[in-house]
Design a binder for this molecule. Structure first.
Ligand code: ADP
Ligand code: MG
Length: 348
């Protein structure tokens, strides 16, 4: 954390736990019909009427999932919400509530938590979700933040990972690899800063990449888009651990195989140029980079005409039988087996 001596630093002990919770949550207003009661009692009360409720949770740990040397707390708050909403959208559900739990050490002043909560607040407002509760405790080491997101959908709208069928098309939203490259840029600047703190790097050419890393946006729009196009995916998953690993998850759960075509992978021009600069293979980055928070889905071939002109969706391959395995068909028309190189915290 870069500490500015001019900004005020209010010790958390000045407020006490209840004062702190009240201070951090006073801006949150309830706007969802399904929220009967939010923050303030022993538990929140929700009513999803005739809808099914989906629930997902994620835990982010300082030093494992984020580095405060280049991750501003406001962005961290925003990103922590996105990580969860992305999972709700991957069920083809509408996100409506979140809870936020934090463990903080006393090296954080109140102002730091205000920043974190400013990011959470802006994400909640923009994505139209109510913050309905959480928990606050102390940590003897780093910062921990755990968010739980709730959403709802009609039973027939929900899309699981296990519904992909042979001959379905494999489709991805947005583009791939940018968030990983954003991290490489930030890591590089951190090293440069360590050697020469006065150097002001020009990061303008990398704006898109850095934004994808520091301020990812979850694909709230895809449910509405698919509905408008009258397409119901047969399966769906969010791409947080890299495309390879998510294609493998989807195929394992659906008992199918898949061919992904190298020349179809959607890459932003800055991904291509930055891969050249870093001497990285752009296909490897797109397949294994991770943190793109896009959605991977399968659709029936019949639905192809409905999506083919849509700039948000790219067909990258198709589903095969399980025996054929999961492979990448290269530009040279060779098939190589896809391996999950996505980030796996257990292996670290
Ligand atoms: P309890 O003793 O039941 O755990 P708390 O005093 O921790 O209750 O919390 C009081 C209220 O504030 C509850 O509604 C809880 O969900 C909410 N809350 C606590 N911590 C947070 C937080 N970090 N962010 C948002 N809401 C919180
Ligand atoms: Mg509590």
């Amino acid at each position: 954390m870069i500490e500015d001596k001019n900004t005020p630093r209010t010790a958390l002990s000045e407020l006490g736990e209840f004062g702190l919770i009240q201070h951090l949550t006073k801006k949150f207003k309830i706007s969802q019909e399904s929220t009967v009661y939010g923050i303030g009692d022993d538990a929140a009360v929700l009513d999803f009427a005739d809808k099914k409720c989906v629930l997902t949770t994620d835990l982010l740990v300082e030093g494992v999932h984020f580095d405060l040397a280049y991750m501003p707390l406001k962005h961290l708050g925003y990103k922590a919400v996105m990580v969860n909403l992305s999972d709700v959208y991957a069920m083809n559900a509408t996100a409506s509530q979140i809870t936020v739990s934090i463990a903080v050490s006393n090296r954080f002043p109140l102002e730091a938590l205000e920043e974190l909560y400013a990011g959470i607040h802006s994400a909640a407002k923009l994505y139209n979700v109510d913050v309905i509760g959480g928990d606050t405790t102390s940590s003897t080491t780093g910062l921990l933040i755990s968010i739980t997101a709730l959403g709802h959908a009609k039973q027939e709208e929900i899309v699981y990972r296990n519904g992909a069928k042979e001959n379905d098309l494999l489709v991805v939203s947005g583009d791939l690899g940018a968030a990983y490259l954003g991290l490489q840029i930030l890591e590089r600047e951190k090293q440069v800063f360590a050697v020469n703190p006065n150097e002001q790097p020009d990061l303008t050419p990398y704006t898109y990449l850095i934004e994808r890393q520091l301020k990812p946006e979850a694909r709230k729009d895809i449910k509405a888009l698919l509905k408008a196009l009258d397409v119901h995916p047969t399966s769906m998953i969010d791409i947080s651990d890299g495309l390879s690993s998510e294609v493998l998850h989807l195929c394992t759960q659906s008992n199918v195989g898949a061919n992904v075509y190298e020349d179809k992978l959607p890459l932003d021009p800055t991904v291509i140029s930055t891969c050249e600069e870093f001497q990285l293979n752009s296909t490897t980055v797109a397949l294994n980079g991770g943190e793109d928070y896009e959605l991977l889905l399968t659709i029936s071939q019949e639905d192809y005409p409905k999506i083919k002109a849509n700039p948000n969706l790219t067909v990258i391959g198709h589903i095969t039988d399980q025996k054929s395995g999961v492979g990448l068909v290269t530009r040279a028309n060779e098939k190589i087996e896809l391996q999950a190189q996505g980030w796996n915290p257990i292996k670290e």
